[in-house]
Design a protein around this ligand. Structure first.
Ligand SMILES: Cc1cc2nc3c(=O)[nH]c(=O)nc-3n(C[C@H](O)[C@H](O)[C@H](O)COP(=O)(O)O)c2cc1C
Length: 202
């Protein structure tokens, strides 16, 4: 990652590289502000937002990935409309990235099989709720059985969660970079649909 703080010295190519470096770091470091972007979907004329964990960044492929339960509303929203946007903000660096792209959904394929292998028992719990995430209940509950809630289950018992495990791959189409600076903000737009990199008025 570039360590100069003055982004007025950067050219567009350096800046674009810096965006991807930050996204790579965000995926690998749990305390990094880019680790938990806000992701937006659009279906039935309604926008929905939620926080997710950035699990993987592939700069060469211009791809970002997060994991989710395929029974969750966002999965169906993306089936209806694959348009997706992810918002990142680093308050220390004062850098915002607005990423737009198309979602490719992975379920019971090679990618999910590999990721599931490295999913810890405690993370597998998320995919073992008896009812779908976001369904309403009569009382306050995790949706897990007592055994699962207390992690009294084996790795092989956790395999039941694999059916619910999905990976959303965001094929990035553009990045809108914004840097807040007291002497004057800066903004740039990287459009992969036509390969143009441009400065913008912040
Ligand atoms: C810090 C944080 C990280 C989260 N990570 C994920 C995630 O990686 N995948 C996911 O499906 N939900 C994640 N959630 C929960 C979602 O924000 C959301 O509440 C849930 O997935 C239901 O979303 P939906 O109804 O739009 O499908 C996270 C929530 C927080 C607060």
């Amino acid at each position: 990652m570039l360590i100069r703080e003055n982004y007025t010295e950067y050219n567009l190519v350096e800046l674009e590289q810096d965006c991807w470096n930050r996204l790579v770091t965000g995926a690998s470091k749990s305390r990094n502000p880019f680790h938990t972007p806000c992701v937006a979907t659009l279906a039935y004329g309604e926008v929905s937002l939620r926080t997710v964990v950035l699990r993987k960044t592939l700069p060469e492929e211009r791809e970002l990935r997060f994991h989710t339960d395929i029974r969750s509303p966002k999965w169906n929203e993306l089936l209806i409309n694959p348009s997706i946007s992810a918002l990142f903000y680093d308050s220390e660096e004062r850098i915002q990235l607005r990423v737009k792209g198309k979602a490719v959904l992975h379920h019971t394929d090679d990618l999910t099989a590999k990721a599931w292998q490295t999913t810890s028992l405690s993370s597998r719990k998320c995919y073992l709720t008896l009812h779908s995430p976001s369904s309403f209940t009569d009382s306050s509950t995790s949706g897990l059985s007592e055994e699962i809630e207390q992690e009294k289950f084996t790795l092989s018992e956790s395999e039941a969660g694999y059916e619910n495990f999905g990976i959303v791959s965001i094929q990035v189409q553009s990045i809108d970079w914004l840097w807040l600076n007291h002497a004057g903000h800066r903004r740039a737009f990287f459009d992969y649909s036509d390969g143009s990199f441009q400065w913008m008025i912040p």
